[in-house]
Design a protein around this ligand. Structure first.
Ligand code: ADP
Ligand code: MG
Length: 257
């Protein structure tokens, strides 16, 4: 059975989408069958894997709100072994439309059930909020990856996220675990980065990935070409670190489940 991992943090711009796309692509590159699920109405993971949103007929909205089988919404990407369930701006309505519906927090979990036997990894890119879409993602997941940007106040807001994770564990998904905390956008030229690493490690201890993602211009450029970093520039530092992360995630495998 495949492992389902959410990439979540209600702060925007911390590297959720960059990490979802590139971890997915690197896991696929290493021979795993991977499904990326875009649960952010902005659809950045969708365009970041080369899918033209204008061509998308059905997206995760139709699955969550209209009960369309997820199998019918999966589409291949340009990367071998990597499929995606895309998101378009239509999804923006789901947050409100789901409120009065039955079992509104477990819709994604139910939708992905049949796909777990097909994929080795299912990775869910969450929106920058702790609303119903993120709740659906956490409820559907075995584990959660938390990207933390190496900047001042890195830990700010994380208590809210951890609180949400505890509530989900209590009421919706008892077995949800933290897969790991991923430090992102490290600027190696400043002391601040080192301080933040220490602070985050003190708090999360061995949950922090050894792999730290530096700021890398090529990582910022790749999405505008609709390519993950290993396709855009396989020799870049960005490609190297996300491959390292994928190996670390695979090695963690059964330990964190
Ligand atoms: P989130 O999904 O959490 O909002 P993104 O992954 O979209 O964050 O990242 C925010 C912005 O920063 C994007 O423009 C992205 O291309 C850029 N970015 C993310 N990680 C890096 C990195 N390691 N180096 C350079 N730019 C990055
Ligand atoms: Mg994003």
């Amino acid at each position: 059975m495949g492992k389902v991992m959410s990439v979540a943090n209600q702060k925007g711009g911390v590297g959720k989408t960059t990490s979802s796309v590139n971890l997915s692509a690197c896991l696929a590159h290493l021979g795993n069958k991977v499904l990326l699920v875009d649960v952010d109405p902005q659809g950045n993971a969708t365009s970041g894997t080369g899918v033209n949103k204008a061509d998308v007929k059905h997206c995760i909205y139709n699955v969550l709100v209209e009960d369309l089988p997820a199998e019918e919404v999966c589409i291949p990407t340009t990367i071998d072994n990597l499929d995606i369930i895309p998101a378009t701006i239509q999804l923006a309505g789901a947050e409100i439309e789901l409120v009065p519906t039955i079992s509104r927090e477990i819709r994604l979990k139910k939708a992905l059930e049949n796909l777990k036997s097909i994929y080795d990894y299912i990775i869910i890119d969450c929106p920058p909020s702790l609303g119903l879409l993120t709740l659906n993602a956490l409820t559907a997941s075995d584990t959660v990856i938390i990207p933390v940007q190496c900047e001042y106040y890195a830990l700010e807001g994380l208590s809210q996220l951890l609180n949400t994770i505890r509530l989900v564990q209590k009421h919706l998904n008892k077995t949800l675990m933290i897969e790991g905390v991923l430090l992102t956008m490290l600027d190696a030229r400043t002391n601040l980065g080192i301080q933040v690493i220490e602070e985050v490690k003190k708090y999360f201890q061995d949950k922090v990935y050894q792999t730290i993602i530096p700021r890398n211009v090529r990582l910022g450029e790749a999405p505008s070409h609709g390519l993950p970093i290993i396709s855009y520039d396989a020799k870049s530092k960005g490609a190297e670190v996300y491959l390292e992360l994928a190996k670390e995630v695979m090695a963690n495998g059964e330990r964190v489940r």
